[in-house]
Design a protein. Structure first.
Length: 549
């Protein structure tokens, strides 16, 4: 897109003439006849268009004017580097990518140097892209009109951005002001984006780097270009405002309309369960709804939950993007995600269309859902404990194993994990001696008080490690002491004994493997054994779980 001047733009396009199958120019209708004549010497097609804000408005239309598999998009103050033009054939021959992000290097204060620090480096732009609509879409987001998908690369083959040497500081200041008014509040590197980029004079001695000699020769040839001497040969036509705007993303709330019908309602879910229901969606508005998350308008399918009092449970509100674009008048079936609340009970769930940051369509459906409690089993032990857990799941697949793992709470054997009480009792405690004993004793008493408060429906503040342990035990249908860590063994026995006592206090059944009980001394067996069911094989635990349910 350009309004001139003709010699410079013709020179920019001239360096691409050898490699381009077609050169298409969108020429601002305000440009004079000389600009048009200059560009007719290098372009294949010139489409004269009426300018309208924002500046990016013609880009989707211009892409659809191109007939090739790949497009290189340039502004009229960007000069392709020698390295980029040499690499173009190889870049587009790579079948493994759909787009390239090209670094823009900002020339300043002359054509001999460029800005070599943030925010001007790196200034990657998705400029060389496959024109397949599956991989390139468009947005009305300022400075980000092209949205690319699929695998891409970041070749270090720059576009030389000549704006800082073509415009005076005052011209660039006015440009930044206009951009800031169009889209206020954009930030980059903790600075106002438009002013940070376009006014390098305001930076405190920005770092500069030298332009390589062969690149400088090209830059100066373009900036000092004379009018082209070739004969005009481009096809020229005029485009209407309506033709251009037909491709611009329609984000207005008034133009969005639709309805949806739930095809398979679910009557019960487990607390925290995520599932999909099929929904038939119809676009009754005038704009196409894009697929995925990054394009506009941001129309999605949403699910939201309301408790028995009609209060919305906002923590489980989910969105589902369209898997493919949905044009006006068309319908599609979309699996919509539901996430059940964490608290069991009776709820009402609603599925509807939503225009993000604007409104719900109020054209969906709602129905009653019963949320059942989770079936959780808290397991202390690693290694061989995984086999014990797996055998329980054979009979009760609905069980959710939670491993009370080591102090860092890393996952255990692929199952969910939380830190055991050892993370609270022993983390950062003195290494040994009376101070260690006093620290552990004090924390044990506080943990016991927190367990009792949890049983009574109250809360006592604990560090995160202790609180997650108490909740993991309290929410379990069964606590299983399957294994003991080998070292340090006395601390491990204390950790196991206090875990058993916490489960008993919370009314959670306890099962202890006979081999674990045999490892402890008399005091351990007294503290643990009389409160627990002993087992040798996991199947012996099934009656306990059946009674609990």
């Amino acid at each position: 897109m350009t309004a001139g001047p003709g010699p410079r733009v013709a020179a920019i396009l001239g360096v691409l003439r050898r490699d381009a199958d077609e050169i298409v120019v969108a020429l601002d209708s305000s440009a004079d006849a000389d600009v048009r004549r200059d560009l007719e010497c290098v372009a294949d097609r010139i489409v004269i268009y009426p300018y309208a804000e924002p500046v990016d408005r013609p880009i989707p239309w211009l892409f659809h004017e191109c007939s090739t598999d790949w497009a290189l998009f340039l502004d009229d103050d960007e000069i392709p580097s020698v390295a980029l033009t040499a690499a173009l054939p190889d870049l587009i021959a790579d079948t493994g990518v759909t787009h390239y992000w090209l670094p823009r290097k900002w020339l300043y204060p002359t054509s001999a140097t460029y800005l070599d620090e943030t925010p001007w480096r790196p200034d990657y732009q998705p400029r060389l892209v496959r024109t397949d609509p599956r991989f390139v879409r468009f947005s009305d987001e300022f400075h980000r009109p092209i949205v690319v998908s699929g695998p891409g690369r970041y070749p270090q083959l720059p576009l030389w951005h000549a704006d800082p040497v073509l415009r005076t500081p005052e011209q660039r200041r006015e440009k930044a002001r206009r951009y800031e008014q169009t889209r206020p509040g954009m930030r980059v590197g903790a600075r106002a984006l438009n002013f940070a980029f376009y006014l390098p004079e305001s930076a405190d001695g920005p770092t500069l780097a030298d332009v390589p000699p062969e690149e400088r020769v090209r830059i100066e040839a373009v900036l000092g270009a004379a009018r082209p001497a070739g004969a005009p040969g481009a096809e020229v036509r005029h485009a209407t405002r309506e033709e251009i705007d037909a491709w611009w993303p329609d984000t207005g709330a008034a133009s969005q309309g639709g309805r949806c019908e739930v095809l398979d309602r679910v009557a019960e879910l487990v607390a925290g369960e995520q599932r999909t229901v099929d929904v038939l969606v119809r676009n009754t508005g005038s704009g196409t709804w894009p697929w995925g998350w990054e394009s506009v308008p941001e129309v999605r399918l949403g699910s939201r939950w309301f408790d028995a009092d009609g209060v919305e449970v906002r923590a489980v509100q989910l969105r589902t993007a369209f898997p493919a674009a949905l044009a006006p008048g068309h319908t599609d079936v979309v699996p919509v995600h539901l996430l059940a609340p964490d608290l069991p009970g009776a709820y009402r769930v609603e599925v509807d269309l939503i225009h993000e940051h604007a409104r719900w369509f109020e054209s969906g459906e709602s129905w009653d859902v019963v949320v059942r409690p989770r079936r959780r089993i808290a397991v202390m032990g690693r290694g061989g404990a995984a086999a014990q857990i797996a055998r329980l799941l054979e009979s009760l697949p609905e069980l959710e194993p939670v491993v009370l793992g080591p102090q860092d709470g890393t996952p255990g054997e692929g199952y969910a994990a939380v830190p055991s009480n050892g993370a609270y009792l022993l983390l950062d405690a003195p290494a040994r001696g009376a101070r260690l004993a006093a620290t552990v004793a004090g924390r044990t008493l506080r943990l016991a008080a927190a367990v009792e408060a949890r049983r009574l429906g109250r809360r006592i503040w604990l560090p995160r490690e202790g609180a997650t342990f108490v909740e993991a035990i309290a929410e379990a249908d069964l606590f299983v002491l399957a294994e003991l860590e080998s070292s340090p063994f006395r601390r491990e026995l204390w950790r196991a004994a206090t875990s058993v006592r916490a489960a008993v206090a919370l009314g959670v059944p306890v099962a202890v493997h006979r081999d674990v009980l045999a490892l402890g001394g008399p005091m351990f067996r007294l503290a643990v054994g009389r409160s627990a069911v002993l087992f040798d094989h996991p199947e012996e635990l099934l009656p306990l779980l059946a009674r609990r349910s």
